[in-house]
Design a protein around this ligand. Structure first.
Ligand SMILES: [Zn+2]
Length: 426
């Protein structure tokens, strides 16, 4: 039976560290129940955390200090490297009755299934996590764990915290309740992603982009995908495990990718460049809409039911006034989520496109590396001959500049049009 860390692909060092910490956490609980209340020492300056001094005070001598447990963690790594997978697995190991993350006990199973009462998962649906959401979360996280182990708060995309929300979180991390553990996920520890003060209170677990072979192996083993398909999808997804699985399984995802990779040969003039930009934007919008419509409708129906839509009689008009506010709030949230979904879809397309020009560049340089997109390798080869290394590099940079512009809030259509023109002109 694979344990909770089995799905963390190609991250042996991180897994070893998390296993040690889970074991140390179990020791803290054991010693604590014997005489005094257990507590984790608050992580002090970053240097102390990194040298592993933030060990539970109740841990007995003889334990490697670097194996210590601490109450605040940041998982960093490129998209798809498994930040949230790692955080969830670690949460499960903390709730595991054996303290190992066995994958079989109720603590492990409920955590992995998302139903453990002491594990709170924050998955931002919009562009940012607001202060109200964070305050409510911090308040609940301070309560005594009902299962007698840890209160675990997992914050996916902690880089999307608003400044106010970050401050609310910082306060909790600075003065943590004795049994509360915060697990943050962010692309990096760059100050743009996570504030320096929060970072200084956390231990960092860096994840790397898993090698294609490791991704292919897990797709074949766990998802039963044919080895050759798994190999192709792992390479095409450039180390992004979730994306590789979708490509291997979902014909729609494959079709969208093919449409994106058809862009380079369609760029025959200015008009064609604008058409390609429109097509890319509209495809991202359609993909995003498909992904959020169902949730939107269900949420609205649930809220209307809860508000007793259509109610009459005394008090109904006051209820309706309150209801209008709640519906407005819901619509705002849904709009923010739709925008996020569109950007994510567009970003996936840009990553695919960047892979194509990267293939052209490596071929022009005759670099001995495998292409990202094996199925368009011939086309990339033709591009390499026509554009040479310099032209290929300029095109690759145009795609990356487009991603950066959208990240910096340039209107997507404008950024994509500029990119298409640059790709056409070279
Ligand atoms: Zn377990």
């Amino acid at each position: 039976m694979p344990d909770v860390f089995a799905d963390l692909v190609g991250q042996d060092e991180a897994v070893a560290e998390l296993r040690r910490a889970a074991a140390a956490a179990a020791v803290v609980l054991r010693v604590g129940t014997a005489d005094r209340a257990p507590a984790l020492i608050t992580a002090g300056p970053a240097s102390a955390v990194e040298s592993g001094l933030a060990i539970g005070e109740a841990a007995p001598g003889g334990v490697d200090p670097s194996a210590g447990m601490t109450h605040a963690w940041i998982f960093t790594g490129p998209p798809g490297s498994g930040r949230s997978v790692a955080a969830r697995a670690f949460a499960a190991a903390l709730q595991c009755v054996h303290g190992t993350g066995c994958g079989e006990c109720p603590g492990c199973r409920t955590t992995m299934g998302g139903t453990h009462a002491d594990v709170r998962l924050v998955v931002p649906e919009g562009l940012s996590i607001g202060v109200n959401e964070m305050r409510a979360l911090v308040l609940r996280a301070a309560s005594t764990p009902s299962g007698g182990r840890w209160q675990v708060v997992v914050i996916e995309d902690a880089d999307r915290l608003t400044e106010a929300a970050g401050n609310a979180l910082l306060k909790a991390i600075e003065e943590p309740p004795p049994r509360t553990v915060f697990l943050l996920c962010a692309p990096s520890t760059h100050p743009d992603d996570i504030s320096v003060t929060i970072r200084s209170r956390c231990r960092v677990v860096p994840l790397r982009q898993p090698p294609a072979d490791a991704v292919a192996e897990v797709l074949a083993r766990r998802d039963g995908i044919a080895p050759d398909v798994a190999q192709w999808a792992a390479a095409a997804a450039q180390g992004h495990v979730g994306r590789a699985r979708r490509l291997a399984r979902d014909p729609e995802a494959r079709k969208r990718r093919e449409a994106v990779l058809a862009v380079p040969r369609r760029l025959t003039g200015v008009g064609a460049a604008f058409d390609a930009a429109s097509a890319l934007i509209e495809a991202a919008e359609a993909e995003a809409e498909a992904s959020v419509t169902e949730a939107d409708t269900a949420e609205r129906a649930a809220l209307e039911t809860a508000l007793g839509a259509g109610g009459t009689g005394r008090g109904a008009s006051g209820a309706i006034r309150g209801a209008a506010g709640q519906l407005k709030e819901l619509e705002k949230r849904q709009k923010s989520r739709a925008t996020r979904a569109q950007r994510d879809a567009l970003d996936r397309a840009l990553v695919d496109l960047a892979g194509f020009y990267r293939d052209a560049l490596t071929m022009a340089l005759r670099a001995p590396v495998a292409p990202v997109h094996t199925d368009t390798a011939a086309l990339a080869g033709a591009g390499a001959q026509k554009w040479d290394a310099e032209g290929s590099l300029r095109r690759l940079e145009a795609v990356l500049a487009c991603r950066a512009a959208i990240e910096a809030n340039v209107k997507p259509r404008i950024a994509v049009e500029a990119m298409m023109l640059a790709l056409w002109k070279g």
